[in-house]
Ligand binder design. Structure first.
Ligand SMILES: NC(=O)c1ccc[n+]([C@@H]2O[C@H](COP(=O)([O-])OP(=O)(O)OC[C@H]3O[C@@H](n4cnc5c(N)ncnc54)[C@H](OP(=O)(O)O)[C@@H]3O)[C@@H](O)[C@H]2O)c1
Length: 315
């Protein structure tokens, strides 16, 4: 079995590689990066897939980033993700790839939903938060595309919907990164001055999933749950924290003082709450409940890895 993984050099792709190696998986995986193929280039994508014999796909590649990248690059994120997804799906269709995983995100959900927790039926219920409208609509279109390939051609394209992901191999950029890698890196650099800053009010609620747990879920859905209906599946555990709680956890893990922390409240909070439900995931894969990495362990593993690999991390 040949399985192609787009975005194979990103955080989730690298975690999939780790899980595959641990399990001595006998399938052949092909982990792609943007230097193998620029997925925004239709001609190049169709040519690249044409002479391969991939059976399944795990499509992770995307123009991704944290709140502040989303706010400043709405149009770029919309445009590149629409192109990437359209080209990848066309290549799958033309080359007989009928089963795959396609990655959405819980931050594409309505900013003002009719209820909490939100479930898989509510993706298109009302507009997303304006801060990430470009990214959100490009990912919402991916759900529409997959659904129609499934109903028109009988494919099994699963849209997985993770909450905020963090872990080893994350992108620790100080400006465009997601909340956890960005603040971990900032705290790390400011430890010698013993003065720490966090952005916003600290009040928004967020759910987090350790990237390795998500990698395990993806491989389970693709390879083990063969009879699963090809519908979207939210991927999260049962934990939810305020940003402030996570910042305090990080300061503890990094052995830094809370007294030296100040909040820059002129920075946007983004969406205050976007709680989603894992009811469907738990129903499909009940065993998973006991395997989730709790936030304290996940943050510690991430920080240990970050410190050990500081010179080589993506930043
Ligand atoms: N990180 C999160 O918190 C989060 C939360 C929810 C959903 N997601 C979704 O999860 C998936 C994986 O995210 P991630 O955090 O692993 O992303 P990531 O670490 O930023 O990695 C992005 C990957 O996409 C590749 N890529 C980007 N543009 C490309 C292009 N034009 N052509 C080919 N490859 C391209 C990158 O290749 P290079 O390494 O060569 O640049 C890299 O392998 C994404 O679909 C994302 O939307 C992420």
């Amino acid at each position: 079995m040949h399985i192609v993984v787009t975005g194979g050099t990103g955080m989730v792709g690298r975690n999939i590689k780790d899980v595959v190696l641990e399990h001595k998986d006998e399938n052949n995986y092909h982990f792609l990066s943007s230097s193998d193929i620029d997925l925004t280039n239709r001609d190049a994508v169709l040519k690249f897939f044409n002479d391969k014999n991939y059976d399944y796909i795990i499509h992770l590649a995307a123009n991704v980033g944290g709140l502040y990248k989303n706010i400043s690059q709405n149009i770029e994120m919309f445009s590149s993700n629409i192109k990437i997804n359209e080209n990848v799906l066309e290549a799958c269709h033309l080359n007989g790839i009928k089963r795959g995983i396609f990655c959405l995100s819980s931050c594409i959900y309505p900013a003002n939903p009719s209820k909490f927790p939100m479930d898989e039926t509510m993706i298109h219920e009302s507009p997303p938060h304006p801060s990430n409208e470009g990214y959100a609509y490009s990912k919402r279109m991916l759900e529409v595309q997959c659904r129609h390939y499934n109903t028109s051609y009988g494919y099994n394209y699963y849209c997985v919907i993770p909450v905020n992901l963090y872990g080893k191999y994350d992108y620790f950029n100080l400006k465009n990164g997601h909340f956890i890698p960005m603040i971990m890196h900032r705290f790390y650099l400011s430890r010698k001055y013993d003065v720490f800053t966090a952005y916003g009010s600290g009040k928004p609620l967020r759910q987090f999933l350790y990237a390795k747990d998500f990698a395990t879920i993806i491989l389970g859905i693709l390879l083990e749950y063969k009879d699963l209906p090809a519908e979207p599946i939210i991927c999260c555990n049962d934990e939810e924290f305020t940003i402030k709680e996570v910042v305090y956890k990080l300061l503890d893990i990094m052995d830094l003082s809370k007294e030296k922390l100040s909040w820059l409240t002129n920075y946007s909070d983004g969406c205050m709450k976007k709680t989603v439900s894992n009811k469907k995931l738990m129903y499909i894969c009940p065993g998973l409940k006991y395997d989730f990495t709790d936030m304290d362990s996940g943050l510690k593993e991430t920080y240990d890895w970050f410190k050990q690999n500081y010179n080589n991390i993506r930043k």
